[in-house]
Write a protein that binds this ligand. Structure first.
Ligand SMILES: [Zn+2]
Length: 423
């Protein structure tokens, strides 16, 4: 088992080498290096990722980080075992009958450049990001550390446990990309209990919530318009203007009427189009997303968006290609799982520090995993572990109170004992 100090050191090591979604090669190699010697079964590659459902994977970026991983010292043999995909699952099969419990930790970073401000703790103490443009500014370094700590505890307590325990180290949570292909691998299809968690999120250190609030279902997509170039002065009539199709679509999509049954959101984040001032633009690309409080509202937003995109393409005689980039579903935690987690939280931080929250949250693709588990009769919820933050999530000065690592770990150890302890 790891001491608090060792966990802190490990977390700093992870922090120093952040990798974006689908590029976590060094990260996965480090996880495997820690987990293998514990005597757990460790699965990687297509055993845990169904390539058919992989979205939002930038091949150019993947190849860049593969090259960096080789330079970092990850061997060809290791990379081959990943089959081009990142993430891993550690499994403890106790050999005794009992439930299957799964805990999910995400491992990717945010594409933000870490602050070099000498007051910023990672910079001051010499463990700031070494990957320009990448930073663990959401706390997924802590999530991995908690996962590794838990695996080591599982290995040490295997004689006191029954059933099967799986710890999922999920790639590409940012952009809600990694959960669907992991769920579609079938790795969750025998799971009875499922828990995922996040540190921070405006909850102070020492507090735990087994019901954080409302996650929004979401779909992310790229819309690519293809028209026809022509001379803007001489024969504009021969062109097909993709820039105008995309701009019309951007306005129309943003003007979708809001659903009366709950929260919804839509955003066109980028529009890139055209080649030159005097050329009818033949290409344009929009990056957009829709969200909804329920799957029904999200589907409504998505279908309306697609109709407007198609309409705009037709209007300007362009063709349209829609490329899915990520997704999350609605959040419906199970009361029984919440109560179970709250009982454990009461033991660890006291009843006064255990509360259900009603935070308006963004989206989380762990919801897809939870839904998959629920679809065959399993239960689960999503936990928040409070941690005082120096700056908010995704900011370049993000820094959290590391006490949360010990608290989350003690919580998970007690939760595993409660669900999978030999009775
Ligand atoms: Zn996060």
């Amino acid at each position: 088992m790891y001491s608090q100090e060792e966990l802190s050191r490990l977390c700093h090591q992870i922090h120093q080498y952040p990798e974006p979604g689908w590029c976590e090669f060094v990260t996965t190699a480090r996880l495997v290096k820690h987990l293998m010697p514990m005597g757990l079964e460790v699965l990687t590659g297509t055993k845990i990722i169904n390539p058919k459902y992989v979205a939002g994977r930038n091949l150019e970026q993947v190849n860049l980080f593969l090259e960096k991983a080789r330079e970092y010292g990850v061997s060809e043999l290791e990379l081959k075992s990943f089959e081009d995909y990142t993430g891993c699952v550690a499994i403890l099969k106790t050999g005794r009958p009992g439930p299957v419990l799964a805990i999910r930790c995400d491992i990717d970073c945010v594409e933000v450049s870490e602050s070099t401000d000498p007051q910023h703790r990672p910079a001051k103490e010499g463990w700031a990001s070494q990957n320009e443009g990448c930073m663990h500014s959401c706390g997924h370094d802590a999530h991995q550390t908690i996962g590794i700590g838990l695996c080591s505890w599982l290995a040490d307590h295997r004689d006191e446990l029954c059933g099967t325990i799986k710890v999922l180290f999920q790639p590409a949570e940012e952009g809600v990309r990694g959960a669907r292909p992991m769920a579609e691998s079938g790795i969750l299809d025998d799971v009875d209990y499922f828990f995922a968690s996040h540190i921070g999120i405006d909850v102070p250190t020492g507090k735990i919530s087994a019901h954080p609030g409302c996650f929004l279902a979401s779909k992310k997509l790229d819309a690519v318009f293809t028209g026809k170039a022509s001379h803007a002065g001489a024969n504009a009539e021969r062109g097909r203007n993709a820039l105008l199709a995309a701009s019309t679509a951007a306005l129309a999509v943003t003007a979708i009427a809001r659903h009366g049954q709950g929260r919804s959101a839509v955003n066109v984040g980028t529009l890139h189009a055209g080649e030159g001032r005097n050329v009818i633009a033949s290409t344009a690309k929009l990056q957009l997303e829709v969200r909804g409080e329920t799957e029904e509202i999200n589907s409504y937003m998505y279908e309306e968006a697609v109709r407007r995109l198609e309409g705009a393409a037709t209007m300007y005689g362009c063709t349209l290609e829609i490329l899915p980039q990520g997704e999350a579903t609605e959040f419906n935690p199970d009361e029984k799982a919440i109560l179970l987690a709250e009982e454990v939280a009461n033991e660890i931080v006291g009843k006064e520090n255990t509360a259900r929250l009603h935070q308006p949250m963004g989206s989380e693709d762990a919801t897809i995993m939870l839904k998959r588990v629920q679809s065959h009769g399993g239960i689960g919820t999503y936990l928040l572990f409070g941690s005082d933050l120096k700056a908010g999530h995704h900011q370049n000065l993000f820094d959290f109170d590391e006490k949360v690592i010990g608290i989350a770990l003690r919580f998970y150890e007690a939760l595993v004992s409660k669900i999978s302890g030999v009775k």
